[in-house]
Write a protein that binds this ligand. Structure first.
Ligand code: AMP
Ligand code: MG
Length: 521
């Protein structure tokens, strides 16, 4: 058994709330409130990530010991843990929402392992001062989704918070999934998520909105010192350091969103309280994976009206969110130029990353004029032909540039009629793509490997998750581990696992949890 070492800088160095406990309240002049997880009836470890356990130095015996489920279900603490909920605000769906804070997330501590610092945070651990009218709990279905997708994203090479464990609480949680007057009792669960930092854009926006420049200054200094392992960390507060840091936040955000676009991920709730200052994918709620390609698709029915958080608008939304962060930080800057420079760096980094992914996805070596148009035409074809984004890109590596035909892409079509209509244009496009590929004469094997690494075969499609959820709700949690196992190697061919790399089956088209998701979780 190991004994974890905690060093809780967040609550040691930043000002805290004077009141403790979960009484709902406005908390001013403080970055956090001390609050304990609320114990649950029967904590039971349903799944864990062996990779994250290893990162944290938890050996197999520790994970399997009953004490592990007790700690990560919220019933006990390891020595050195000092639970808290963070205070932050945010812009939700385009509007300033005031104080939000960790309404159902409780951090347990900052664990030191192998020279790295990891904040361990329970999601669904009970009420905090920031729970407003809600219960602080999370249902099994949304916890499975967060657990599996965080790990899948990591294996896909997309920056993300990680997930250590999924613990069933043995308690029911009542949710009205579509807010339409049909509440039902669902099993509850707690995920332990793990990241170097959970500081969000909204962490800075709240003190800024309240005119608390002192706290804003403290937060920036703290965040740079603890969370940014860079040369500028050793510079004195103020310019140029703060501008360099903001630019770093901007470029990380650009890298992140470009990765989402590469793999077909739609976050679904890009409110500024869900934007990590480290550029990690944060807060997995009604996210989704593009299947039949449509840049206007959003999985989030709560956003059905405004349709703000669509796949194709994520870059613009990220920029809008960074402008909110720049505004929040502006009291610390006596000139706007460094903030504007950061925002410009977002644009240029996004363009660079998009180009890099374009080349890899299409199997090209060096960028040439016309490549962007080639990509745009392919995406248009996917849309017109109602083709599965993941399967279509994946299949491109199987097209022989010396004898290009559409056979490899047959499995990507959702409708025979749309297939027939798109086929002539697809055939043309494949000829042009093949000519472009032949012109460069890259070694075939290397080109294929690059394409496969950029175009995953296995992604956590909503209906795959839903199948694991349905089984788990019936008491069979094996589906979670099976899916995690497949998603661990998303770009490898995995013989015998073709069922996990299929287009969405017909039953899932209009099924809740598969094509429609809400913020209710
Ligand atoms: P989200 O849309 O999940 O990012 O949540 C927005 C805000 O609502 C955050 O402050 C959350 O902590 C809070 N929240 C969401 N669900 C719950 C819940 N079940 N109990 C308490 N607070 C919640
Ligand atoms: Mg959130």
């Amino acid at each position: 058994m190991m004994s974890p070492v905690f060093d809780n800088r967040f609550i040691r160095e930043l000002p805290g709330d004077t009141e403790t406990g979960p009484r709902r309240r406005e908390v001013t002049g403080a970055a956090w409130s001390s609050v304990s997880p609320m114990p649950v009836a029967a904590p039971c470890l349903l799944a864990h990530s062996p990779e994250v356990a290893a990162l944290l130095g938890f050996d197999a015996a520790t994970v399997q010991a009953p004490g592990f489920a007790e700690v990560f279900g919220g019933n006990a603490l390891y020595p050195g843990m000092q639970p808290w909920a963070a205070n932050y605000g945010g812009h939700q769906f385009g509007h300033w929402a005031g104080q939000l804070g960790d309404g159902r997330a409780i951090s347990l501590g900052e664990l030191l392992a192998d020279g790295r610092r990891w904040e361990l945070q329970l999601k669904g651990a009970g009420p905090t001062p920031y729970s407003r009218s809600a219960d602080g709990r999370a249902v099994l279905r949304s916890s499975i989704r967060e657990f599996l997708c965080s790990e899948a994203m990591h294996h896909l090479g997309v920056p993300t918070t990680r997930a250590l464990s999924l613990v069933g609480t043995g308690e029911a949680v009542v949710r009205d999934m579509f807010y339409d007057g049909h509440p039902r009792a669902e099993p509850g669960a707690v995920v332990c998520r793990v990241a170097p930092s959970f500081i969000r854009f909204g962490s800075f926006e709240l003190p800024a909105a309240r005119g608390d420049v002192g706290l804003l200054r403290q937060l920036v200094d703290f965040c740079i010192d603890r969370d940014f392992d860079h040369a500028f960390r050793h510079l004195p507060p103020g310019l140029p350091r703060d501008g360099d840091w903001f630019a770093e936040v901007c470029t990380r955000t650009a890298t992140l969103v470009a990765q989402w676009m590469r793999v077909g991920f739609v976050h679904g709730v890009m409110n500024t309280d869900n934007m990590s200052v480290l550029g990690l994918t944060l807060d997995y709620g009604p996210y989704g994976w593009v299947e039949d390609y449509d840049p206007d698709w959003t999985p989030n029915t709560t956003d059905a009206q405004g349709r703000r958080y669509r796949f194709g608008t994520q870059m613009q939304v990220a920029y809008w969110n960074l402008v909110r962060l720049a505004q929040a930080l502006s009291p610390l800057f006596d000139e706007v130029a460094p903030l504007q420079a950061g925002l410009d760096a977002f644009q240029s980094r996004f363009a660079e990353e998009e180009r890099r992914h374009l080349l890899a996805k299409l199997g090209l070596g060096e960028y040439r004029e016309g490549d962007e148009a080639l990509m745009a035409q392919f995406l248009q074809l996917l849309h017109d032909g109602e083709m599965d984004m993941t399967l279509a890109f994946r299949a491109l590596a199987d097209v022989d540039p010396d004898r290009p035909d559409a056979a490899a892409l047959e499995g990507a079509f959702y409708s025979a009629e749309r297939r027939a209509r798109a086929m002539p244009a697809l055939h043309d496009w494949l000829q042009r793509h093949a000519a472009r590929v032949r012109d460069e004469a890259l070694p075939a094997a290397g080109r294929r490997r690059t394409m496969q690494a950029a175009n995953p075969k296995y992604v956590p499609r909503n209906w795959l998750l839903q199948q694991a959820i349905d089984r788990a709700e019936r008491g069979d949690v094996a589906g979670i581990g099976e899916l995690l196992d497949v998603l661990r190697h998303p770009c490898d061919e995995q013989p015998g696992r073709e069922a996990f790399a299929q287009r969405r089956p017909e039953w899932a088209r209009e099924r809740a949890g598969c094509s429609m998701l809400s913020c209710s979780s």
